[in-house]
Design a protein around this ligand. Structure first.
Ligand SMILES: NC(=O)c1ccc[n+]([C@@H]2O[C@H](COP(=O)([O-])OP(=O)(O)OC[C@H]3O[C@@H](n4cnc5c(N)ncnc54)[C@H](OP(=O)(O)O)[C@@H]3O)[C@@H](O)[C@H]2O)c1
Length: 240
C-alpha cells in the first residue's frame, strides 16, 4: 500500500501503460482520477477508488475543469501521471506540419498544461509528484521518428526544468523513459518489425505495461522522496 491516502490523476488510462498504472495505483491504496477521451471507455474499471474523467488532453479548458474538480472534491492532488501520448512515424522529407502539430498537441502542449495546473494545486499543499512519460528516443533519437522523438525530447527538458523550479515547493518532477513496451503503440510498427526490434533489446524481450507502471509507482510514492529531475529508463537494456 505504497500510495495509501494519496490522490492521483493519470491520463490515457483506457489501455496500455496508463491502464496498468491506474490499476497498480488503486491496488496500492490511491484514489485515482482516471482520464480517457472515449466517453464510457472506463466503465469496466470504474469503482469507488477509480473515478473516470472523460476529456481529450488537448482540450485545455477540459483539463482545467478536471483539476478543479479534483481540488473541489479532495482538496488536494498528490500525483499527476502525464501518460497519454501518440506516436506517428515518418522519414525525413515525408513529415507534414499537420502530423507534427498533432503529435506536439498531445505529447508536449497538453503535458505542459496539466503540469502547470497540477503545480498550482501542489504548491498550496507544499507537496506533490509529477511523472511524465518520455521515451528512450527522446534521449537517444531514432530513425523514422523525427517528430515523435522531438516531442519526447521536449518532455525530458520540461521535466528537468520543472524539477528545478518546483523543488523549493517540495514538488518532485521525474520522467519515465520506456524502451519497447508491449502495447498497441509499440505493436503499431507492424508485426514484421517486432522481431527485429526485440533483437535490439539486451534482455531480448519487450517490457510489459505493468513493469513500466511499477516505476511510476516508485516515483509517485515516498520511496522516491528525495528523487527529482530524473529520467528513468525502463528498457531492458535496449540499444536505439
Ligand atoms: N509502448 C512503448 O513502447 C512506449 C515507449 C516509449 C514511450 N511510451 C510512452 O508511454 C505512454 C503510454 O504509451 P502506450 O504504449 O501505453 O500507448 P497506447 O497503448 O497507444 O495508449 C496511449 C493512451 O493515450 C491515450 N491518448 C492519446 N491521445 C489522447 C488524448 N488526446 N486525450 C486523452 N488520451 C489520449 C490513448 O487513448 P485512446 O485509446 O483514446 O487513443 C491511450 O489510452 C505514451 O506517452 C508513450 O509515448 C511508450
Amino acid at each position: 500500500m505504497l500510495l495509501a491516502g494519496k490522490i492521483a490523476l493519470i491520463t490515457g488510462t483506457n489501455r496500455g501503460i496508463g491502464r496498468a498504472a491506474a490499476e497498480l495505483f488503486v491496488e496500492n491504496g490511491a484514489l485515482v482520477y482516471a482520464n480517457a477521451r472515449g466517453e464510457g471507455s472506463l466503465a469496466d474499471q470504474a469503482s469507488d477508488r477509480l473515478i473516470p474523467l472523460y476529456f481529450d488532453v488537448t482540450d485545455a479548458q477540459a483539463a482545467k475543469a478536471a483539476v478543479m474538480r479534483i481540488k473541489k472534491e479532495q482538496g488536494r492532488l498528490d500525483c499527476l501521471v502525464n501518460n497519454a501520448g501518440v506516436m506517428k512515424d515518418a522519414l525525413i522529407g515525408m513529415i507534414d506540419a499537420h502530423t507534427v502539430r498533432d503529435i506536439f498537441a498531445v505529447n508536449v502542449f497538453a503535458v505542459m498544461e496539466l503540469l502547470q495546473l497540477a503545480a498550482r494545486v501542489m504548491k498550496k499543499q507544499n507537496s506533490g509528484s509529477i511523472i511524465n512519460l518520455a521515451s528512450i528516443v527522446g534521449v537517444n533519437g531514432n530513425a523514422g521518428q523525427l517528430a515523435y522523438s522531438a516531442s519526447k525530447g521536449a518532455v525530458v527538458a520540461m521535466t528537468r526544468t520543472a524539477a528545478k523550479e518546483l523543488a523549493p515547493f517540495n514538488i518532485r518532477v521525474n520522467a519515465v523513459a520506456p524502451g519497447m513496451i508491449d502495447t498497441d503503440m509499440f505493436r503499431s510498427i507492424g508485426e514484421s518489425r517486432v522481431a527485429e526490434q526485440i533483437a535490439r533489446i539486451g534482455m531480448r524481450r519487450l517490457g510489459t505495461p505493468a513493469e513500466t507502471a511499477r516505476t511510476c509507482l516508485y516515483l509517485a510514492s515516498d520511496l522516491s522522496a528525495y528523487v527529482t529531475g530524473q529520467i528513468i529508463g525502463v528498457d531492458g537494456g535496449a540499444i536505439v
